[in-house]
Design a protein around this ligand. Structure first.
Ligand code: ADP
Ligand code: ASP
Ligand code: MG
Length: 580
């Protein structure tokens, strides 16, 4: 490959040009993020921007943008100190593990009525009859306990909203209008079926129309700018929860359970790393105590929107796809709940994803660590960060099916089942990208590992697996596909000089591999497990691209081609007789 060697002045000029482009992009982002939803023409919003009303907000956003790593003006005065941002973020991440105060826990445990957090996923509130079923479960639980409910959007709604957001960026006005209209009809029909009182129904309908108007304005703004900012994407994708929570609360009231819908933007405070925010647990605890405790004391069931939070300045953030599980454990941790129940469409955590392995069966009890590993490696039944807020607590989490509430499901406890050990479950994650940083000169590059992972940390890319060749010619690691682009861009910035001098020869992306993880406590101390896995896969002709074992005693992870994922799961499941 031929690379043009550029002189210093040339590089400085290019840097300045790049900086100016980034500044322009940042300005457009600010304009977009502060675009008032009521503007209908480009002229309108230009006038509005010129009026300077949002100058203060804009500078805040500029700071946030810089912190997101998008703005790196290098030689300019306005440069952003990325290392400071990294340190600050590391401090914030510390806060994501909530250190529950023992005295507070003792007081919480002595409460007359226990407190349960119950989360209902998309399928569990997917239509009027599902919501009816969820309401019966909640009503029964209120007899003995105080309940905080967390709800997802009705199934499929978030996907449709994101589709509308993406189509808005493409300027497809007609399709966007169709999607919003369909969603509005869907929610109105559910309200019609659930809420018999005309007055209540019209009240809820007004609330929902307000949400749709906001969605429409955001889509219009995106169409005008032809750019979908993270902030607009987050707000549009949050609408589903803001529709389902009032519906569930109204259905509860209709069945005689006092209830109030609450927007989690009032409760869950996150940092401002849009796209991958971390919750700030202590201030979230204060907000929850102030807002939820008085309701609970009066016997009112709060129905909280899952998936969303807000920065301390009130900017809406989302916790990532499937994030309502995370919302439930955040609330459970800060409120010192006695238990958290995640109601879903399967009987619990199964030995493998039932969509891939037909013989998968329910695991009665599993440890926090095992569940966290499974979630981290793609078991969709739990958001990857679900167990994070509970690591310092002993709050049990149950996974149960709304469709078979008589079954006990899976109990997740700090230490799992006493006779646990050995392979317990399998999972796979296909939505990943393999990034390689390498080249013969890499041995001489200063602190290549440190800089690589400092960069992934700053880009908030969860590294799922790492492998390095012994000669240090290549480091490869796996990150979720969603963050691959920003990770590779950040790495190319970090190693720009080394790439120019050919010390680092390539930074490449491979999207054709998938991670399979074998999970179980104490596997490390059980000889022969690795041999059995790879022996069985070898017999099925399944090639292993990379392996990681050792860093966690309860996980062996390896990479296979995406096309081999199902075969790898079925084979390993059979080898360890997990179906029995
Ligand atoms: P919800 O809408 O309730 O949040 P999800 O669709 O996010 O539900 O998660 C439940 C789905 O997770 C199940 O339907 C199942 O297909 C999938 N899944 C993947 N791995 C597992 C596993 N090990 N155990 C149970 N379910 C799993
Ligand atoms: N509604 C969001 C999603 O579909 C969050 C969730 O369901 O947990 O990703
Ligand atoms: Mg989910």
């Amino acid at each position: 490959m031929l690379t043009r060697v550029r002189s210093e002045p040339q590089r400085a000029k290019e840097h300045a040009c790049q900086a100016s482009l980034e500044l322009k992009r940042a300005m457009r982002d600010v304009a977009n993020e502060f675009l008032c939803p009521t503007f209908s023409t480009e002229q309108d919003w230009k006038l509005h921007l010129r009026s300077g009303i949002h100058r203060e907000d804009a500078s805040l956003t500029m700071a946030a943008f810089g912190e997101r790593g998008g703005l790196n003006l290098g030689c300019h005065n306005s440069s952003v100190d990325l290392s400071a941002a990294v340190v600050k973020r590391a401090a914030i991440q510390q806060d994501a593990v909530f250190h529950s105060n023992p005295e507070r826990r003792r007081v919480a445990r002595s409460r007359k009525r226990p407190l349960w957090v119950m989360k209902f996923g998309g399928t569990s509130v997917g239509n009027a009859s599902c919501i009816g079923r969820a309401v019966e479960i909640i009503r029964a639980a209120t007899r003995d306990s105080n309940i905080v409910v967390v709800v997802s959007a009705m199934s499929g709604v978030t996907d449709r909203l994101i589709e509308a957001a993406v189509l808005s960026e493409a300027g497809d006005r007609q399709q966007v209008a169709i999607i919003l209209e369909e969603l509005s009809n869907q929610h109105e029909a559910v309200a019609g079926a659930l809420i018999p009182s005309p007055a209540e129904r019209s009240h809820i309908s007004c609330k929902m129309q307000e949400v749709f108007r906001e969605g429409d304005h955001l889509c219009q703004g995106t169409m005008l700018l032809r750019e979908l900012t993270q902030r607009a994407r987050d707000t549009i994708s949050s609408l589903g929860e803001r529709l389902s929570a009032p519906l569930v609360a109204a259905a509860l009231v209709d069945r005689g359970v006092a209830s109030e819908a609450i927007d989690a933007t009032e409760l869950v405070v996150t940092d401002s790393f849009l796209g991958a925010p971390e919750p700030l647990m202590e201030v979230t605890r204060e907000r929850c105590e102030a807002r939820l405790r008085p309701l609970l004391d009066k016997g009112i069931v709060p129905v909280v929107t899952g998936y969303i939070g807000a920065t301390s300045e009130g900017v809406l953030t989302t916790l990532g796809r499937g994030g309502s599980d995370y919302s439930a454990t955040i609330l459970g941790a800060v409120l010192d709940a006695n238990q958290i129940i995640i109601w879903t469409d399967v009987d619990g955590i199964l030995t493998a994803d039932p969509r891939f392995v037909s013989g998968a069966c329910t695991i009665p009890e599993i440890s926090y660590r095992e569940a966290a590993e499974l979630a981290h490696f793609g078991a969709k039944v739990l958001h990857p960060k679900t167990l994070g807020p509970l690591m310092q607590s002993d709050i049990p989490v149950w996974i149960r099916s709304t469709f078979a509430p008589e079954r006990s499901g899976t109990k997740i406890t700090p230490s799992g089942s006493p006779n646990g050990g050995g392979v317990k479950a399998l999972t796979a994650i296909s939505d990943v990208a393999l990034i390689t940083v390498g080249g013969p000169g890499i041995v001489g590059v200063r602190d290549v590992l440190g800089r690589t992972f400092m960069t992934t940390g700053a880009a908030r890319a969860d590294v799922l697996l790492v492998s390095q060749s012994s000669s240090q010619n290549d480091i490869c690691f796996v990150v979720p596909s969603a963050v691959a682009k920003r990770t590779i861009e950040a790495l190319r910035r970090e190693f720009a000089q080394d790439l120019a001098h050919h010390n680092v020869e390539h930074i490449t992306l491979n999207q054709s591999a998938a991670v399979v993880a074998v999970v179980g406590e104490k596997m490390q101390g059980t000889p022969g497990i690795v041999g059995r896995i790879f022996g069985a896969l070898g017999l099925e002709n399944i090639n292993i691209i990379a392996i990681a074992q050792g860093s966690s005693a309860c996980n062996i992870a390896f990479l296979v081609a995406k096309k081999d994922v199902q075969a790898a799961l079925v084979t390993t499941h059979r080898e360890f007789q997990l179906a029995s």
